[in-house]
Write a protein that binds this ligand. Structure first.
Ligand code: ZN
Length: 292
């Protein structure tokens, strides 16, 4: 049964389109990362990082990444990261980890992070959590996530992650494209995901909007997030947060998160982080004024 699920990042890579473009991107990133000045990493800031998967052939890279980051950074929980950005209490370089989509191999990430004393936030879609119907899973992966077929966490896994000290967040019931869904359905869905997380996990504090670019979100979606009781809302737009000298209202904060693939060349991941630190501005806290 299990072999119908993708178990290795190498297998994901083989299925990727545009091998030439990917190769050129790799070469360019290698050149850029060799020039990046690591001193920027010492800047006080909160850098949120998120990943989707920790396949068997990515576990070692996660360990090495954590060993590298720990040289300049303090790892804090998602809730602490949000609080520090809201209050401007950012006195040194901080890293916050989260993960999206609720793949089953998040369990391994959870264990490795725990070994380093790190609490992460796992954003799940409660509508697919615990799903065992292979055809349904295959469709969700292909049509909604544009990803090879992988197994999802079930509720026992979710509770195991909580026991390790991790937080659980919502990413809508079934990974909805909020910008393309009528407002009433968005409201009902976000409220349902909050109720379900509260019932299953005891709390529902954090929300990340699916797909994560600004054009995937809406003003009404943002309102629904806070009306449903969530205290934070995250994008997948690159950037980090620096203190601005003023306190931010929770509804005004749009958390930036950098997407990392643990199977990537670690120098490339470090390049993105260094670049964010170098370019950080207070404007990173806000939503674009053009949000529909
Ligand atoms: Zn996602």
């Amino acid at each position: 049964m299990n072999d119908r699920y993708t178990e290795l990042y190498a297998a994901v890579k083989r299925q990727k389109k545009n091998p030439v473009r990917n190769y050129l991107r790799d070469v360019a990133l290698t050149a850029l990362s060799s020039l990046a000045n690591k001193d920027h990493l010492l800047k006080p800031r909160v850098q949120f990082l998120y990943f989707h998967h920790t396949f068997g052939d990515e576990e070692k890279n996660l360990v090495t990444l954590l060993q590298q980051l720990t040289m300049q950074h303090t790892f804090i929980s998602y809730s602490e990261g949000v609080q520090r950005v809201l209050t401007g209490n950012i006195d040194r370089p901080y890293i916050v980890f989260s993960s999206d989509d609720g793949f089953r191999n998040n369990i391994r990430a959870g264990e490795i992070l725990k070994d380093f004393g790190i609490s992460a936030c796992f954003f799940i879609n409660p509508g697919i959590t615990g799903e065992k119907d292979y055809e349904k899973i295959k469709r969700h992966c292909a049509d909604t996530l544009q990803f090879p077929t992988v197994a999802f966490l079930d509720w026992d896994d979710v509770h195991a992650l909580q026991k390790m000290g991790h937080e659980m967040g919502s990413q809508t019931m079934m990974h909805m494209n909020i910008a393309q869904t009528p407002a009433e359905l968005v409201r009902a869905d976000i409220a349902q995901s909050s109720d379900l997380l509260k019932a299953r996990c005891g709390e529902a504090l954090h929300f990340a909007f699916p797909y994560g670019r600004f054009y995937h979100f809406s003003r009404e979606g943002r309102k629904a997030v806070y009306d449903s009781g969530f205290v934070s809302c995250a994008s997948a737009e690159r950037g980090c947060h620096i203190p601005t000298g003023s306190v931010i209202a929770p509804e005004q904060l749009c958390i930036r998160r950098d997407h990392i693939v643990l199977g990537w060349n670690l120098n490339h991941i470090m390049y993105f982080i260094i670049n964010n630190a170098r370019k950080a501005t207070g404007a990173n806290n806000e939503y674009p004024t053009g949000l529909r």
